[in-house]
Design a protein around this ligand. Sequence first.
Ligand code: NAG
Ligand code: NAG
Ligand code: NAG
Ligand code: NAG
Length: 209
Amino acid sequence: MAPLWAKAAIVAAALLQLGLAWNIDLPPCTAPFQPFVYSGCFQDPTSQPALDYRSSLPSNNMTVELCVAECKGNGYRYAGLEYYGECFCGDSVNGPQLPESSCTYPCSGNTSETCGGFDILSVWQDPTFEPVDNSTISDYVAVGCYTDNSTVGRTLSFQVDIADTASMSTETCLQTCKDGGYPFAGTEFARKSMHNLHLLPPLFWTYSN
Ligand SMILES: *[C@@H]1O[C@H](CO)[C@@H](O)[C@H](O)[C@H]1NC(C)=O
Ligand SMILES: *[C@@H]1O[C@H](CO)[C@@H](O)[C@H](O)[C@H]1NC(C)=O
Ligand SMILES: *[C@@H]1O[C@H](CO)[C@@H](O)[C@H](O)[C@H]1NC(C)=O
Ligand SMILES: *[C@@H]1O[C@H](CO)[C@@H](O)[C@H](O)[C@H]1NC(C)=O
């Protein structure tokens, strides 16, 4: 019989394959907000998604405005459109910038707009976010111990892989989350290696800026 941790890993892998099972999908922002500004054309590497959050909005009638409103409503810094109308959001863009000529696909909901390319994203940015200073983690403050038992999604939706699990510490978690532009960081389940390095609550920090 497989040990319990192995079962947990299998369940986690199954949930991750569903893509949306870990994060709570909030509605798009319908109130007026400061428009996002265009950041550029970026590769979406197959090794890891350039933007963490894959929107559940249908891709067959997508516009820049719809995707930006989705990312605004879900609290993200970046919105990205790929392959005619897939909408992604994230707090950092984890892929190299490409020449503008690489973003050529028209958007499914407005062919005057550009929706990236094959594994390529047209990225827009919320100008109201302050820049992230990843040279320090001292601006994170502990905000307490939280449960991670929600039927609608994990308390913190995204895990960040840490190369050296043996050196896992609060500082490592905070630096990794800071590099990724995340306003919240959390550690969970001390034996990280068994859980494929989840950085999730109960212990929970946020930075103030
Ligand atoms: C596409 O979305 C627009 C609004 O963005 C809506 O007016 C239109 O009816 C939609 N078209 C289809 C085919 O769903
Ligand atoms: C389509 O996109 C263009 C360029 O952003 C914009 O000027 C135009 O108003 C959009 N059309 C509709 C129907 O939203
Ligand atoms: C901050 O982020 C940049 C770009 O991702 C990285 O090269 C640098 O090593 C990071 N700095 C620290 C202190 O981690
Ligand atoms: C998790 O939540 C469910 C329903 O919200 C509840 O029935 C269950 O007791 C909770 N489990 C723990 C360990 O708190």
